[in-house]
Design a protein around this ligand. Structure first.
Ligand SMILES: Cc1ncc(COP(=O)(O)O)c(C=O)c1O
Length: 405
C-alpha cells in the first residue's frame, strides 16, 4: 500500500512554507528533495565515519572505504548490473563526458556517425559536439512525432554503415516522453553498435534493468534520485570498458607510476580518478535503498495516477498549451500560456502561491527549436506529490491566466 502522506513525512522540507504558502514542490525534474534517511546518512558520514577512501590503513579510512564501496553494490542492485560494471561519478554530466572522451575519442574518427534525438538534454549533446569539433564525427538527429514520442523505428532508419554510437534519453526531461530503448538496443546489438542510454530521468520514475534494456552505457544522477548532489554512476558493459581509455588521470586509477610508465588499476577503478564524493555517494546509497524499499513499481504506479489526474485537469485549461501528449509519458508537463506571459513570469507568479516549477529551455535547446518556443514552464512530479498539489497548481495557473490574459 503506497501511503503518500506517510512518505511525505520522510521529507522534512515538504512541511515548510514558501511565500507564506505550503510548499508545492514540482521541480523534481531539476532536482529532488531528500528523505531523512539520506540526510542522516550524510550527517553520520561526516560526524562519525569520515576519512579518505582506498588509501589508508587506519580504522576510519577502512570504515569510509567499506561504506563507500558498499554503495557500488547498491547501485548494481538498483540497476540490475554487476558491481564491476558500475563507475561511480558526480552525475550524468561527468558520466557522458567520460564516455565521450574515454570511449568516443578512443574509438571514433572523422566521418563516423553518432545518432541523437532532438529531445536530448545538453549533457547528452555537448560532449558529442566536442567530438564533432575535435575529431570530425557527424551528429545525426532523429525527430520526435507530434505527440512528443520517439519512434524507435526512426532511430533504426537513421542507422548507416557509418553509425558508431546511438545515444538516447529514456525519458525526456521536458516532455516526459518515454523511449522504447530496449528495441533500439536489440537492433543495435545485432549490428555491433553501442547504445548509450541517458537514464537521468527514467531511473527516478520507473524500474530500470540493464540486462533487460540491453544497453552498453546507462547513466544515473544522484540528486534527481533523492540523493545528494555530485553523486551518480555510469553502468558500462564489460566489453565496452575494455575498449575505453581513462578519461581523467590521477590518484586511485593507477596501479603503478614510474618516471617512464604507468599501469592502470582494474576497471571500474581505472575510470575513477582522485578523491570521490565520498559522503555524497554514501548518501546516494541511502537514497537508492529508500527507493528499493518503496519499490520502483509502486513509485511508477503512483506517478502514473498523478500524471493521469494532472493531464485531465490541465487539458481542461484551454488557454494552456501543454507540449507533447505521449500516452506513456512520465508525470512531467511543459507548457506555455496563450496570448501572454513568458514562462519566467508564469514561474514567478506560481512561486508566490508556493508552487515551485522551472522555466526556461531546460538545457534542451534543440527541442525548444523543434517545438518552436523559446522556453516553457515545467511542472515535474515526484514520488511525494499528491493530487491536492495538482489542484493547487491548477488554481495558481488560473490566477496567472487572470493576470496575464
Ligand atoms: C535527461 C537529463 N540528462 C542529463 C541531465 C544532467 O544531469 P546532471 O546535471 O545531474 O549531470 C539532466 C539534468 O537535468 C537530465 O534531465
Amino acid at each position: 500500500m503506497y501511503d503518500v502522506e506517510k512518505i511525505r513525512g520522510d521529507f522534512p522540507i515538504l512541511s515548510r512554507e514558501v511565500n507564506g504558502k505550503p510548499l508545492v514542490y514540482l521541480d523534481n525534474g531539476a532536482s529532488a528533495q531528500k528523505p531523512q534517511v539520506v540526510i542522516d546518512a550524510v550527517t553520520r558520514g561526516y560526524a562519525e565515519e569520515y576519512a579518505n577512501v582506498h588509501r589508508g590503513l587506519h580504522f576510519l579510512s577502512n570504515l569510509a572505504t567499506e561504506k563507500y564501496e558498499a554503495v557500488r553494490g547498491t547501485i548494481a542492485r538498483f540497476l540490475g548490473a554487476d558491481e564491476d560494471e558500475i563507475v561511480m561519478n558526480s552525475g550524468t554530466t561527468e558520466g557522458i563526458n567520460m564516455v565521450a572522451y574515454g570511449w568516443g575519442a578512443a574509438n571514433l574518427r572523422a566521418g563516423d556517425e553518432i545518432i541523437l534525438s532532438v529531445m536530448e538534454h545538453h549533457a547528452n549533446i555537448v560532449p558529442w559536439h566536442f567530438l564533432r569539433e575535435r575529431l570530425g564525427v557527424v551528429i545525426k538527429w532523429v525527430d520526435i512525432d507530434s505527440n512528443g514520442d520517439l519512434d524507435p523505428q526512426r532511430v533504426i532508419d537513421a542507422v548507416t554503415e557509418k553509425t558508431k554510437l546511438i545515444s538516447i534519453t529514456q525519458m525526456s526531461n521536458v516532455l516526459g516522453s518515454v523511449v522504447d530503448v530496449k528495441s533500439i538496443c536489440e537492433f543495435a546489438r545485432g549490428r555491433g553498435i553501442p547504445v548509450m542510454v541517458d537514464g537521468s530521468q527514467s531511473s527516478v520514475h520507473m524500474p530500470v534493468d540493464m540486462r533487460d534494456i540491453g544497453c552498453d552505457f546507462f547513466s544515473i544522477t544522484g540528486h534527481k534520485l533523492y540523493g545528494p548532489s555530485s553523486s551518480g554512476a555510469m553502468f558500462i558493459r564489460k566489453e565496452r570498458m575494455a575498449e575505453m581509455q581513462p578519461f581523467m588521470g590521477g590518484g586511485d586509477m593507477i596501479r603503478e607510476v614510474t618516471k617512464d610508465v604507468i599501469t592502470y588499476n582494474d576497471p571500474p577503478m581505472k575510470f575513477e580518478a582522485g578523491t570521490p564524493g565520498i559522503v555524497q555517494m554514501i548518501g546516494l546509497g541511502a537514497a537508492l535503498e529508500y527507493l528499493m524499499d518503496l519499490g520502483m513499481d509502486n513509485v511508477a504506479q503512483h506517478e502514473r495516477d498523478l500524471r493521469d489526474y494532472a493531464r485531465t485537469k490541465l487539458d481542461g485549461l484551454n488557454w494552456l498549451n501543454v507540449q507533447g501528449n505521449s500516452a506513456t509519458k512520465g508525470a512531467i508537463f511543459s507548457f506555455t500560456m496563450e496570448g501572454a506571459a513568458h514562462a519566467h513570469d508564469l514561474s514567478t507568479v506560481l512561486d508566490k502561491r508556493g508552487v515551485a516549477v522551472r522555466a526556461g529551455h531546460h538545457c534542451a535547446q534543440p527541442l525548444m527549436q523543434h517545438l518552436g518556443v523559446p522556453a516553457t514552464a515545467r511542472a515535474s512530479f515526484g514520488l511525494y506529490n499528491t493530487k491536492a498539489e495538482v489542484d493547487t497548481l491548477v488554481s495558481a495557473l488560473e490566477l496567472c491566466h487572470e493576470l496575464f490574459a
